[in-house]
Design a protein. Structure first.
Length: 280
């Protein structure tokens, strides 16, 4: 009788073991297909001021996107720089902001994200949205340069996670050392971000990774709330992404067609970044 029960138990376990092995293989394939990038050790002063002057030689194009990306770290901080001349990408950054997720390697859930800039936080006067794509251009028209062309929403930062519905707006000067800035320079927009690696009492908002570790970095267009807004003259619709946890802002059609052919493709990048362990 013992042998019969043992055989029956073994048969019941076989489908479970098969599924576990299948999921492990699928996970390995997904991980292997994720682009990888190595961060470099910071060997110069980096001022988070919306300029990429200190980033020369560190910025590499991102496949499938219209921007480059620089990734640098030291023993305490992770630095990102995203410069772009693409009008559609510039419009999204200025009008919606980006959400940057930084999570430990192997994490199945998003636990630490930053939304910046936040163009229309609660209680703030609604700002005029930047110009949408011109049908003749096909990719979009960036905000004009000048004193009134400053990207709105740079005084607060959205902290997302660790729970699915956890989100809070924090004044950037009280964000535990996090620094962020978007700068406009003629036809160039530069997005800079500085984030502490380890969570401490002094730095309560951090992904909790050490130098030499690996993080999953995701960069995406910030979700918006509201009805469809034209993305160009004669726009006839598009896909509306879900609202931000704090609401507000202005709606926008993303990836939708228009009679003039103007289309904004949402930013959606995932890569594994291997952090530098120390100076070369």
């Amino acid at each position: 009788m013992r042998r019969v029960r043992s055989a029956a138990s073994s048969r019941r376990l076989q489908p479970i073991l098969f599924l576990a092995a299948l999921f492990a293989v699928i996970g390995a394939i997904v991980y292997a297909s994720t682009p990888e990038r190595a961060s470099t050790w910071r060997d110069r002063d980096i001022r988070v001021d919306g300029s990429d002057e200190e980033w020369r030689g560190e910025e590499l194009p991102v496949k499938g996107e219209h921007f480059s990306l620089g990734v640098v770290n030291d023993g305490e901080w992770l630095y990102l720089c995203l410069p772009t001349k693409d009008p559609g990408t510039r419009t999204q950054i200025a009008g919606m902001g980006l959400v940057v997720w930084i999570d430990r390697e192997g994490s199945k859930k998003r636990r630490f994200g930053i939304h910046f800039p936040v163009p229309n936080p609660p209680g703030a006067a609604r700002v005029r949205r930047p110009p949408m794509p011109d049908a003749g251009e096909g990719r979009g028209t960036p905000p004009p340069e000048g004193e009134n062309a400053q990207v709105p929403g740079q005084h607060e930062i959205g902290i997302l996670g660790p729970g699915k519905n956890d989100a809070q707006l924090v004044p950037i000067d009280r964000a535990g050392g996090i620094e962020a800035r978007v700068g406009l320079h003629e036809d160039l927009t530069v997005y800079e971000l500085k984030v502490p690696l380890m969570r401490t009492a002094e730095h309560p908002y951090a992904p909790n990774v050490e130098p030499g570790g690996t993080v999953r970095l995701e960069i995406e267009t910030a979700p918006m709330r509201g009805g469809p807004m034209p993305i160009g003259p004669g726009s006839i619709g598009g896909v509306i992404v879900p609202g931000r946890p704090w609401g507000g802002g202005w709606g926008v059609s993303i990836g939708g067609p228009s009679r003039g052919g103007a289309i904004i493709e949402p930013i959606d990048v995932t890569m594994n970044v291997h952090l530098a362990k120390g100076p070369r």
